[in-house]
Design a protein around this ligand. Structure first.
Ligand SMILES: *Cc1c(COP(=O)(O)O)cnc(C)c1O
Length: 431
């Protein structure tokens, strides 16, 4: 194997970092093998410690929609850094990014910046509970909203069930107020509301699911959630940490024309630096401290380097045809994959939305987490490793979305499809 250096680094890392990684999915547990240690990235490519280069479809799990080391982002971050890296005091850059976010998302009158998507969803939940005076929340199975206690619930299937903690260290009592339902299932949501409606503060949903593979909302699902929330006086929270500025300018809420009460952003909005946000209706956001009584804070929130990266990223994306280009590139990829899978006689289904795509080793349709779990794991694993050894870096799990950037050209996609031709033939042999 030509990954000697990565393997050495992994054994060194494991001595001082649990599993050698700072976020679990990086460890390749669901596909096996040693993850490449990355030393640099440029445009659509990354290079590992053994000098191997890859066309990258992870993009740091979504933020790098302009590609790696984008010259404009680097310039903005360097300029900000030269003036000081953090003040813990208000800066104009925060206003600049907030104004852009509010303009792009019609449902967002005011926004507060935090440092991670986890913080954004955690804070939005607190606001929803504080504003409604209710305790329960509803999420969807297979929906990921960061690792806050109340949201680490995957449990149940078929009908709405009470939350079972998804991790040791989360007391049962902390998730008892989390109700979960299958994605794309309005009937299950209705039954949950029949039972707990007057105590449900909110529904939190990924408007396009991106953490159980990529699963789009069925027609009427998001507007159905809006209607149920309105009928019961609950708030609708769109967790657009992944989809915001990814599936369209202004996110899934603009693409699907449904207006949430609160929105969580992250990933793209920080342009590759640690920034995330929650925002929404002014009357709700005014209840946050210091205007109101609901507390939330952060030492590095609105960090100038992250604001600078976010501003530059959004300004690039605001240019004409960005999302057409992203979607054309992602479509070239998924249509190519579909054709190659058919040639190889492999059951396969794909989805494309803006700069986000997904694929399952399953004939489809895939509507929810239960369906996603039926995809062929062995074939995914073989396909993944074949692609990696042919210079294509995909997310190392069948339950992740893929991302293209504006730096991906048709030639990189063509190169990817050449690798996929071989990978599908190999995957076809896995029974
Ligand atoms: C990535 C993600 C989060 C968590 O964001 P972090 O910055 O990793 O804490 C929350 N929600 C969704 C939908 C995500 O994709």
């Amino acid at each position: 194997m030509a990954n000697d250096r990565s393997r050495q680094l992994m054994s060194r890392a494991r001595r001082v970092i649990p599993g050698g990684v700072d976020s679990p999915v990086r460890a390749f547990k669901s596909v096996g093998g040693t993850p490449p240690f990355i030393v640099s990235g440029k445009g659509p490519r990354i290079t590992d410690a053994d000098g191997q280069s890859y066309v990258d479809y992870v993009g740091s799990w979504g933020p790098l929609i302009l590609g790696h080391a984008h010259p404009g982002v680097l310039r903005a971050v360097k300029a900000a850094a030269a003036k000081g890296t953090s003040f813990g005091a208000p800066t104009e850059l925060e206003i600049e990014l907030a104004e852009r976010v509010c303009k792009a998302l019609p449902s967002v009158d005011c926004v507060r910046f935090v440092s991670s998507g986890t913080e954004a969803t955690m804070s939005a939940l607190r606001l929803a509970r504080g504003a409604t005076g209710r305790r329960r929340i509803l999420k969807f199975e297979g929906g990921y909203h960061g690792h806050a206690d109340a949201l680490l619930v995957g449990a149940g299937s078929g009908v709405a069930t009470l939350g079972i903690p998804g991790s040791p260290g989360v007391p049962r009592e902390f998730t008892r107020l989390t109700v979960s339902a299958p994605y794309n299932d309005l009937n299950a949501v209705e039954s949950a509301f029949k039972r707990w409606g007057d105590d449900l503060a909110c529904i939190i949903v990924e408007p396009v699911a991106g953490n159980m593979g990529c699963i789009p909302p069925e027609p009427g699902f998001l507007s159905g959630l809006r209607e149920i929330c309105d009928r019961h006086g609950s708030l609708l929270i769109f967790d657009e940490v992944m989809t915001g500025f990814r599936v369209a300018w202004g996110g899934a809420q603009r693409r699907f024309k449904v207006r949430p009460d609160l929105t969580c952003l992250g990933k793209v909005v920080g342009g590759g630096l640690p920034a995330a946000a929650f925002g929404g209706r002014r009357d709700l956001m005014k209840q946050m401290a210091p205007d109101g009584p609901i507390y939330q804070a952060g030492t590095l929130s609105g960090n100038p380097l992250a604001m600078a990266a976010g501003i530059t990223t959004l300004d690039e994306l605001a240019k004409p045809r960005s999302y057409e280009t992203l979607e054309a590139r992602a479509t070239q990829l998924t249509e190519g994959l579909t054709a190659l899978a058919a040639d190889a006689g492999v059951e396969f289904t794909t989805v494309t939305l803006g700069g986000m795509f997904g694929f399952f080793f399953h004939p489809g349709p895939v509507r929810n987490f239960e369906d996603a779990k039926k995809a062929h794991e062995g074939r995914f694993r073989r396909f993944f490793h074949q692609m990696l050894s042919h210079g294509v870096y995909l997310a190392p799990s069948p339950f992740e979305a893929g991302f293209v950037s504006l730096a991906h050209r048709p030639s990189e996609v063509a190169e990817t499809l050449e690798a996929a031709r071989i990978a599908f033939r190999s995957a076809a042999r896995v029974r």
